[in-house]
Write a protein that binds this ligand. Structure first.
Ligand SMILES: *[C@@H]1O[C@H](CO)[C@@H](O)[C@H](O)[C@H]1NC(C)=O
Ligand SMILES: *[C@@H]1O[C@H](CO)[C@@H](O)[C@H](O)[C@H]1NC(C)=O
Ligand SMILES: *[C@@H]1O[C@H](CO)[C@@H](O)[C@H](O)[C@H]1NC(C)=O
Ligand SMILES: *[C@@H]1O[C@H](CO)[C@@H](O)[C@H](O)[C@H]1NC(C)=O
Ligand SMILES: *[C@@H]1O[C@H](CO)[C@@H](O)[C@H](O)[C@H]1NC(C)=O
Length: 375
């Protein structure tokens, strides 16, 4: 009695609770027509009047009791768009040996061979004793644990070559890249893995090798019948590149690196030539200045101290010797400049004074002279 009264209270309260709930929220989501339970046209997905988190139980939407997906539709996740919604907890997945039906009502034990099952729900069916031999390991979804739900009946994928088999062709509505509708026919059968059920003769036939003519994907071992009606490569097969591609890429990489180095070498070499030319120009300018100053001195000395013959002779000597170096300074060298002239002073020219031999040395080896005097 102590335990019975809460149970009785619960049983009495249940219809009231359902009734109150149906008034409190939108009645469309809480009541449902069981005749509307079924597969949607086109997608063949299970559908009912209830929303994503409930299932239609005799005209009333109830919370689902199990789930198949890791992250099922309609339930909030910690980061999903529903995270601030009502606290709806996800139901659990079903343990091994049980399955969650399409409507999500509750976990049920897997069905023996010959039982009714839901479309393509191979996992609802019990595997054969030799499931290790019959199960599909190709990843193409031919069966689950050796069993297949074919034409809504649990069967085993155990029919061998030449034996009578059963086919289930289901057309799904699919959409092409240009939004055009087309029918995608999925053909399944209960032949063993590696065989297919010929639709006309209804017997199991060995799948065909690469390059053989075909009419449908299922006829090929690779499950890829090309538009040219020959069995093509498996779509999941990784693409292998020829050795020459690697060679070309390697040559491209190293050629690019070495080419860059060579280009830089020549670019810098040209830059060095430009700098050298500037220094040479600078030296010529300095020399011209010096010659000019010496000439001025000679002219001044000649005019001040007399001795016309000596002055004219030496002036002629210097004039001839310096003509080529003095002219550029007066015409084009001086206005253009070398870009290096930062020091033009009388101190620098004074050090050359009266030293003709040193001057000849300077003209022969401009770099050493310039460095020793100005850098
Ligand atoms: C539910 O709504 C109906 C009218 O739509 C009303 O008669 C009934 O009393 C309501 N029930 C509850 C439990 O609020
Ligand atoms: C589904 O309907 C129930 C009430 O029947 C409601 O509590 C729940 O929030 C709804 N779920 C979604 C995802 O709208
Ligand atoms: C949601 O419900 C669970 C238990 O069902 C509880 O542990 C959790 O704190 C609840 N979260 C919020 C945000 O209410
Ligand atoms: C496969 O089927 C066999 C036989 O029914 C069963 O013992 C086994 O647990 C199943 N394996 C899986 C992964 O479901
Ligand atoms: C093949 O599977 C069917 C059920 O689909 C079963 O009735 C039959 O006995 C099996 N045949 C063999 C040889 O195992």
């Amino acid at each position: 009695m102590h335990f019975l009264s809460p149970t009785l209270f619960f049983l009495a309260a249940l219809p009231l609770a359902v009734y109150a709930q149906s008034n409190s929220t939108d009645t469309d989501t809480d009541t449902c027509n069981p005749e509307h339970n079924g597969l949607a046209t086109g997608t063949l997905q299970y559908n009912s009047d209830c929303n994503a988190t409930t299932w239609c139980n005799n005209g009333v939407c109830q919370n689902k009791g199990c789930r198949r997906e890791e992250f099922p539709l309609g339930y909030p996740t910690s980061s999903g768009p529903l995270r601030n919604k009502k606290n709806i907890t996800r139901p659990d997945k079903c343990p091994t040996g049980m399955f969650c039906p399409d409507e999500g009502s509750n976990c049920a034990p897997i069905l023996p061979v010959g039982s009714a099952c839901q479309l393509d729900r191979d996992d609802e069916c019990e595997g054969p004793p030799n499931f290790m031999q019959l199960r599909d390991t190709t990843g193409h979804g031919l069966n689950v644990n050796g069993s297949i739900c074919l034409n809504f009946v649990c069967q085993w994928s155990n029919v061998t070559v030449g034996q009578t088999c059963e086919v289930q062709n289901v057309g799904y509505v699919a959409y092409g890249s240009d939004h055009q509708e087309f029918v995608n026919i999925v053909s399944r059968d209960n032949c063993q893995v590696g065989l297919y059920c010929d639709t006309n003769s209804k017997t199991c036939i060995q799948q065909k090798d690469f390059g053989t003519s075909c009419d449908a994907d299922k006829e090929c071992l690779t499950f890829n019948c090309e538009p040219s009606q020959t069995c093509g490569k498996a779509l999941a097969e990784p693409r292998h590149l020829a050795t020459w591609v690697y060679v070309v890429i390697a040559v491209g990489i190293f050629g690019g690196m070495i080419g860059t180095l060579i280009i830089l070498f020549f670019v810098h070499g040209r830059q060095r030539d430009v700098d050298r030319e500037k220094r040479l120009q600078y030296w010529r300018e300095q020399n011209a200045f010096r010659q000019n100053i010496l000439q001025m001195r000679e002219t001044a000395r000649a005019s001040v101290f007399g001795s016309p013959d000596g002055a004219s002779r030496r002036g002629t000597l210097f004039g001839v010797a310096t003509e080529d170096s003095a002219m550029p300074m007066l015409t084009n060298a001086a206005p253009k400049g070398s870009g290096l002239r930062y020091y033009v002073g009388e101190d620098g020219s004074a050090s050359y004074e009266n030293d003709t031999e040193n001057e000849l040395l300077v003209m022969q080896t401009p770099y050493e002279d310039k460095k020793s005097h100005h850098f």
